[in-house]
Design a protein. Structure first.
Ligand code: AMP
Length: 407
């Protein structure tokens, strides 16, 4: 289990507490929130801090304004929804540093919640003072000076070293909020100290975006099922004709190296043994089940075949932990969602009936599992994309490292 500082380790009573959240919620053209999941994710931490009598100061990025004010990226529009969800009037300051932020902080009473304006309106959030990638420590200090304690509750930005994350974490002692704590405990349980045997299911479009992930996983898993477009690259590397399929032929050596490493590490690799080949990349395009060496040059593989699905389900039967990233086929285009839907439903069933620990995250995975109606059946689904993938790649995440660092 990763060792990090938690909220229970600090006395927040009467203290000014900066909480880094991810309120980058999707909104429609009129600014109306279309999915408030990210606001809700912060509620347990906010309830805990209010209960303990902390003065709460919320920090978040929103969109990509890249250091300039943009009314469309203001966080002020979130105040009514956030107030409704928390059940008190949330205060707002139109800057996250300087006199406006300071006077709003000075007015806080125990249990109050203040939302500061978008951190990305300042260049120093993601650039050094001379415009390089990184952050400006002076900007981080201006935010840190507003508070006594720093709580990080946004796993989705843990892979980034920016002013409102690592920058403040270099100045104030940082503690994980309850949402981050939950993410870390679940992911760590699946990857660092899993109940064995442990299986990975990695799909999605391309090998190129997941090379590090595949390399790391073969050293940790007992079994790895590879699906989606990226399986085509492996099949082609092994000499199969993949026709007009999405395939990275230039990654032949990389694919073979991953297979070789898997053998050395005793990680069983499950590649498709049959596929669904279609005549076009479109919903309901004419298609057929075919064997690996039967794909015609004008056909493209858009999903795993039924025998492949059976192999994957059998492997799930043998495993006690499952880590899932990426769909098994072009799931947005029915019926090429079949393998993804069947495997996701089966995993959820195994969780319910057999105590399988199934953890998923990254990119399109959440959408694919929701589409399958299986998301609620998983043990845990990470809300983070890039951070989840980097964790699976075995990288140290700056936002997590700062929770371990003593100042
Ligand atoms: P990723 O973001 O890497 O997880 O990739 C997800 C995307 O991969 C989805 O949009 C799928 O439609 C796509 N995908 C999965 N399998 C295939 C395939 N066989 N051919 C083309 N695209 C695919």
């Amino acid at each position: 289990m990763v060792d990090f500082r938690r909220l229970e380790d600090v006395n927040v009573s009467g203290k000014r507490v900066l909480v880094r959240v991810d309120f980058n919620v999707p909104c429609d053209d009129t600014g109306k929130i279309t999915d408030d999941t990210r606001l809700r994710a912060a509620l347990p931490t906010l309830a805990y801090l209010r209960d303990k009598g902390a003065k709460i100061i919320l920090l978040s990025h929103y969109g990509r304004p890249d250091g300039v004010y943009d009314a469309g990226a203001s966080l002020e529009k979130l105040v009514p929804s956030l107030s409704d969800l928390i059940g008190i009037q949330v205060h707002f300051a139109s800057d996250c540093i300087g006199p406006k932020a300071q006077s709003a902080v000075d007015a806080l009473q125990a249990g109050d919640v203040l939302l500061l304006e978008n951190t990305r309106f300042h260049m120093g959030e993601a650039k050094t003072a001379d415009g390089q990638k990184g952050y400006d420590p002076a900007f981080a200090k201006a935010m840190a000076d507003l508070a006594e304690i720093f709580v990080h509750d946004a796993f989705s930005v843990c892979h980034r070293a920016q002013a409102s994350t690592s920058g403040i974490g270099d100045i104030l002692t940082a503690y994980a909020g309850l949402a981050l704590e939950r993410e870390l405990d679940h992911i760590s349980q699946a990857l660092d100290i899993p109940k064995k045997p442990v299986m990975g299911l990695v799909g999605g479009a391309k090998v190129s975006s997941k090379i590090d992930l595949l390399k790391n996983l073969v050293g940790r898993l007992d079994c790895l099922a590879i699906g989606g477009g990226m399986a085509n690259t492996f099949l082609a590397a092994l000499g199969h004709n993949v026709g007009n399929s999405l395939c990275e032929h230039d990654l032949r050596e990389t694919a073979l190296e991953i297979l070789e490493n898997a053998k050395l590490e005793n990680c069983e690799i499950l590649l498709p043994v049959d596929v669904i080949a279609a005549t076009g990349f479109a919903a309901h395009a004419p298609h057929r089940v075919c064997g690996l060496d039967d794909v015609k040059s004008d056909e493209m593989i858009l999903d795993a075949g039924p025998d492949t699905v059976t192999n994957i389900l059998d492997a799930m039967d043998r495993c006690r932990t499952l880590i899932w990233n990426g769909p098994l086929g072009a799931f947005e285009l029915p019926p090429f969602d079949t393998a993804t839907v069947e495997a996701a439903k089966y995993a959820a069933k195994r969780v319910k009936n057999n105590g399988l620990i199934a953890v998923a995250g990254g990119g399109d995975t959440v959408a694919a599992l929701k589409h399958a109606g299986a998301a609620d059946g998983f043990t845990f689904i990470s809300t983070a994309g890039g951070a989840f993938l980097e964790w699976m790649e075995g990288k140290a995440l700056p936002g997590i490292e700062m929770l371990k660092k003593e100042l």
